[in-house]
Design a protein around this ligand. Structure first.
Ligand code: ATP
Ligand code: MG
Ligand code: MG
Ligand code: MG
Length: 466
């Protein structure tokens, strides 16, 4: 059985042999790009090259890029624990052409690598192209000879890729793997395409435009190629398991989490969430993020607290999460020496957050359980959500995560109202020059956390009301 590490090496070798410069993964914090929360794709470090503002010596590159999708345009936080294929942190394998080859070579490389090198049966693959992309359709159907029964044209939602609200973008062509009829889900473009039967493994993006702040598309100086394939999804295919959480690396992380938390059921969703979250948390800290109350730091804190809460859920009330760093390093340290170098720091930061949240988690959980026990409808009342947020340090997405497990939702309008009321009270108190102690409850995390945090909460509101 091919391991994840061998698969990563095989991909990089394949493209190096075809004239691609091997480029190391960039950090998760994009350099000089305030438009992006985290590196969410392999192309991020090449953004300026695609835009024609930077030149590279080599016109072709290949990388295995660490990515986080837990905020901003690409946000998979709410998928973790619910689908077989999404992580907050994953590795994206990608080959790139900066004005060198275009659609034909990109498609031929991808097919050759999957079918000839890795030996995937063509009848298990499904291809999509952008509705209007006749050129790509022609290459797939007539040159590669893909069966039209396993081919579809899809709209912009799936087949026009963008890094964020602005930046390089273009039509794309995607390759899916059919995990078999025993798994629910329809082919791409069908009404039940969101199931996990057909898993998207590789996206070939034909970078052709730059989208500006007004949404206007302007052609890039040179049409380029940007591809991305999730290492964990590919490993699942080659290791003949359906879920990413059953591949070599995750089996060992889940085993370690099971031992540390004392939970014997390897299928337990909380173990999967914990195994996922240790990767994003450890790599975000390695790359310089620390838990805080706004922006990137708040996203990190939210991921950490969700993991800690899942540990609590399966009966673990003492710090355990930081101890998973050891296993993560055993699995990924060879590919990412920066993680090894940062180990002591990473463990310390995680332990501190575990200790900090332990002070309020149990009380908050008790309050929430009481609220749920006495609930009349299916919504957790806004004032409860607010109190959990304000006094017990429960980010709203954490409360929503618990609610979802019980088939409940949050009254987010009520939460917003409670938040506004508290701000008004605080403002009134400061205008009258009083001390704030009778107007606001100043314990735990009640400090005003700035606009960005409110914006994060607003994003959560948007996600959950969508
Ligand atoms: P999906 O439709 O399954 O959410 P996507 O279309 O959002 O995937 P792309 O933006 O096209 O994904 O990214 C390129 C590749 O990266 C995907 O084909 C997939 O293999 C991988 N990938 C994307 N998101 C994730 C994730 N959250 N976890 C693991 N792998 C991912
Ligand atoms: Mg997605
Ligand atoms: Mg997709
Ligand atoms: Mg895609």
């Amino acid at each position: 059985m091919i391991t994840s590490a061998e698969l990563r090496a095989s991909f990089l070798d394949y493209f190096v042999e075809r004239g691609h410069a091997l480029v190391p993964s960039s950090p998760l914090i994009p350099a000089n790009d305030p438009t992006l929360l985290f590196t969410n794709a392999g192309m991020v470090q090449f953004k300026e090259v695609f835009l024609g503002r930077e030149r590279r010596a080599e016109p072709r590159a290949v990388s295995a890029q660490r990515c986080v999708r837990a905020g901003g345009k690409h946000n998979d936080l709410e998928n973790v624990g619910y689908t077989a294929r999404h992580h907050t942190f994953f590795e994206m394998l990608g080959n790139f052409s900066f004005g060198d080859y275009f659609k034909r070579d990109a498609i031929e490389f991808a097919w050759d690598y999957l079918v000839r090198v890795l030996g995937l049966p063509p009848q298990r693959l499904w291809i999509t192209v952008y509705t209007e992309d006749d050129e790509a359709a022609d290459i797939w159907l007539n040159d590669i000879g893909v069966d039209p029964a396993r081919f579809s044209r899809c709209g912009a939602k799936d087949n026009f890729w963008s890094m964020g609200e602005t930046g390089p973008c273009g039509p794309c062509s995607e390759i899916f793997y059919d995990h078999g009829p025993e798994i629910p889900g329809g082919p791409p473009g069908s009404p039940d395409e969101d199931g996990d039967r057909y898993v998207e493994i590789w996206n070939l993006v034909f970078m052709q435009f730059n989208r500006d702040a007004d949404g206007q598309l302007t052609p890039l100086p040179r049409p380029s190629v940007d591809t991305g394939m999730g290492l964990e999804r590919l490993a699942a295919v080659l290791q003949q398991v359906h879920s990413n959480y059953e591949i070599d690396l995750f089996v060992r992380l889940i085993d370690a989490a099971a031992t540390l938390t004392g939970c014997d059921d390897r299928e337990n969703k909380s173990l999967r969430v914990i195994a996922d979250h240790i990767r994003s948390v450890a790599f975000l800290i390695t790359d310089g993020v620390t838990p805080g109350n706004e922006g990137r730091g708040y996203v990190l804190r939210r991921i950490m607290r969700r993991a800690i809460r899942h540990g609590y859920q399966i009966g673990c009330t003492t710090p355990f999460f930081h101890r998973l760093v050891e296993t993560l390093i055993a699995e990924m340290g060879a590919a990412y020496p920066e993680l090894v170098a940062a180990r002591a720091h990473v463990e310390r930061i995680i332990l501190l957050e575990e200790e900090r949240f332990a002070e309020t988690l149990e009380h908050g959980m008790r309050l929430l359980e009481e609220a749920i026990a006495t609930l009349s409808g299916m919504q957790i009342p806004g004032p409860t959500v607010f109190k959990l947020y304000d006094t017990y340090g429960f980010p709203t997405d954490l409360t929503a995560d618990i609610a979802r497990e019980r088939g409940l939702t949050l009254d987010l309008a009520g939460f917003e109202q409670a938040m506004t009321q508290q701000r008004e009270r605080a403002r009134a108190a400061s205008q009258f020059g009083t001390t704030s102690n009778h107007a606001i409850d100043v314990q735990g995390e009640t400090e005003f956390c700035g606009y960005e945090r409110l914006q994060d909460e607003a994003n959560v509101v948007a996600i959950f009301s969508a």
